[in-house]
Design a protein around this ligand. Sequence first.
Ligand code: NAD
Ligand code: TYD
Length: 341
Amino acid sequence: MRVLVTGGCGFIGSCFIRMLLDEDSEASVLNLDLLTYAGNPANLADVEASPRYEFVQGDIRDLELVSRLVADVDQVVNFAAESHVDRSTSERAGQFVDTNVYGVYVMLEATRRHRPKARFLQVGTDEVYGSVDWPGFPDEQTLLRPSSPYSAAKAAADHLALAFHETHDLDTIVSRCTNNYGPYQYPEKVVPLFLINAIEDEPVPLYDGGTQVRDWLRVEDHCRALLLLLRSGEAGQIYNIGANQDPEVPNLELTRMILDVLGKPESLIQPVEGLRPGHDQRYAVDTSRIRALGWQPELDLRGGMEKTAGWYRERRDWWEPIRSGAYREYYEKHYGAALKS
Ligand code: NAD
Ligand code: TYD
């Protein structure tokens, strides 16, 4: 089984590649990644010497390149994306449309033309359902109401992937997962940002009172679900993936858990306002379809957070170079004024 993975040097893609190579000794991986600010070859340092792993630096929007790469693979898993909501609202959203919509079209088009029997897994997000009123749990048929440029572009990608199934009979599957946390996550996202800041005894900028709810899932659980979908998912179907935390976990509680796990004081919490226009209040999904295939998360949130905190504590060698580079500039620009006020 030869699998083309895009965005494999990012957070989730790198976990997926590691897991696939580990679980299936017959599998080989071709990783296509542009290495944007979020792509980091260090995320895959432990597999780069494997004879079953090959890396190509390139763009999913490059039809000629993708056509060549897709020609001899059995499966395609498309992770490549611009993934941060705050950047989609504070910077120009054009990059999100380019990569998350046009890039997905190119991937689908190249697959249809050159490898029409390949299974194509489009990795999507639960954010396409928009903010969900309690006690709603949207299933895969629920109307999409994305509210950020990020989630709107991801919703368009879902539609394209499903349209290629309807019109060209491409073996397409769409997944929609809730918020992930775990090792190798770029520290613009809340969990690694708060863990690293707290380790450094720096303030953790909690947006808008911290009442918002996300359904946190360990990245390993997400990747196990994706492997299952490659094997057993039904063509043309959508699969929600999520932990269904019960009780649900508002951001303030998540923050307290992070600080508690690290043994840090709650005085590090710094409330900030106005950094996330259109801040979605609650995400939640009905996960009965993926659970009917036999999937369930392995660790609860506290257990997962303890493991994750341990990883960030031990892996300064991974995050220090990130924090000293372009990230610093982003951090100053995005948080500077709010953290000083
Ligand atoms: P990430 O930002 O960590 O990684 C994205 C990767 O894509 C990077 O390695 C980057 O270099 C690469 N990339 C970006 N543009 C590219 C292009 N044009 N061509 C080739 N490569 C390109 O993202 P992530 O958190 O690992 O998310 C991966 C996917 O999973 C995304 O599609 C995201 O929408 C989806 N998702 C993420 C979450 C989450 O909580 N992080 C939850 C559900 C779904
Ligand atoms: P984030 O990790 O950016 O993921 P997403 O926007 O895809 O859900 O944010 C998760 C939640 O954490 C969201 O409600 C916004 C909040 N948040 C903060 O409170 N402070 C921060 O510095 C960041 C980045 C996010």
